[in-house]
Design a protein around this ligand. Sequence first.
Ligand SMILES: Nc1ncnc2c1ncn2[C@@H]1O[C@H](COP(=O)(O)OP(=O)(O)OP(=O)(O)O)[C@@H](O)[C@H]1O
Ligand SMILES: [Mg+2]
Length: 471
Amino acid sequence: MSAPLWKAGEIAAAAGARVVGGPALDAAGISIDTRTLSPGDLYVAIEGERHDGHDFVAAAFGAGASGALVSAIRAGGLAGGPLLVADDSLEGLRGLARAARARSNARVVAVTGSVGKTSVKEMLRTALAPQGATHASAASHNNHWGVPLTLARLPREARYAVLEMGMNHAREIAPLSALGRPRVAVITAIAPVHIGNLGSLEAIADAKAEIFEGAERGATAVIDADAPFADKLAAAARANGLSRTLTFGEAGADARLVSVEAHGDGSRVEADVLGRRVAFALGAPGGHMAKNALAVLLAVHALGADIDRAAAALAGFAAPGGRGARLRLSAPGGEFTLIDESYNANPASMRAALALLGGTSPARGGRRVAIVGDMLELGADAERLHAELAPALDAARVDLLLTAGPLSRALHEAGRGGREARHADGAEGLAALALDALRGGDVAMAKGSNGSRVHAVVAALKARASKSGGN
Ligand SMILES: Nc1ncnc2c1ncn2[C@@H]1O[C@H](COP(=O)(O)OP(=O)(O)OP(=O)(O)O)[C@@H](O)[C@H]1O
Ligand SMILES: [Mg+2]
């Protein structure tokens, strides 16, 4: 039998914890959530914004946890199994992450950017897996607990590790990069996301460039040639001792798109990668996903893996939930297509999603319908950034615009000239508008920030379809 993820003695040493309440046990995995904990996992109690994990230690032992890593200040009164008591449980988790990274021979790629992190991370997982055991962040676990958690879970025998790294403020990515020590650092895109906190696009670029600070000696940077401040990103890579910068994007970049054709639920892509033609099927639609694939192939190459084998694997990549998946749903008059982009939104991803809608043809007599909720965290320019999407509606030949929320009202006003447009106050009203408007033959795209709850609109459309016996 292979060694467990963590042997009993290793955990306490790595986490800087003392063991109380019974002998320490091996850990088969690491969990921070008792609802998804598997028997044999070490439970790490983390203080979140809404919950304190220390309140669920008993539940963790009930679910079969092998131990619980807790903060000293909360340890009193906790029972049910061996406790690993650290000064601070999150610092203990970081200790596990450092130890996992130190003992690993995995080649690490770290991915940040304003949009496309999870898409690129999941593409890398798909592309690398056939070439060696690959470990990657779960979901969007990209923050001060997500990155240490991912590293603490790194299997001993992994050949590749893919880490998503995100931020809301300056100086958040630097410590994540120091933990992960990437051999390849990817910046997918620079766009006004969280600009309310950062202040400017340049400040966003600077914050993303922190990913180079912890890179291994001789590491490679992979950046978007078309990103604002791309030169600054390349300069930051050099300043941090990275030996090479590879670019993807427009003419002159190391990887470029030659053609992208819609094909089934994805695309057929032809690209020029480091002077070589590479043709492949990509299981997710849209020019933005094809561009993400360029970043992936450059990163694969910089990791020492094979570009052609990686490209061949990308046919098996599917758009992650709420990020472009296509649903066929029944409505009065037949089935319509729903492009589910409801996971989140910012101006860059909204434009990409509208382009996706523009590239999808409705059936004869059907319409292109954009269902848009507010994009949040855009600071003082929020209304303007909404109104400025109107030309993208025109370019996508949107026939019907359904909006909700105080910020999207600006888009409703700016976009109503060229088409039929209806506006609602919130997600429930938007769902009612969509249920009322959508007919067989239409193609619709639904998108908004998570907090705008456009996913509730998607859920309502799905619920009606399943009631009527469709899918
Ligand atoms: N290169 C890109 N340009 C524009 N939009 C993109 C790009 N890549 C992905 N998107 C879109 O952006 C949205 C978010 O994608 P994804 O989840 O990959 O990003 P993320 O950076 O991981 O986001 P988060 O910060 O929420 O974790 C989706 O709607 C996706 O289709
Ligand atoms: Mg993500």
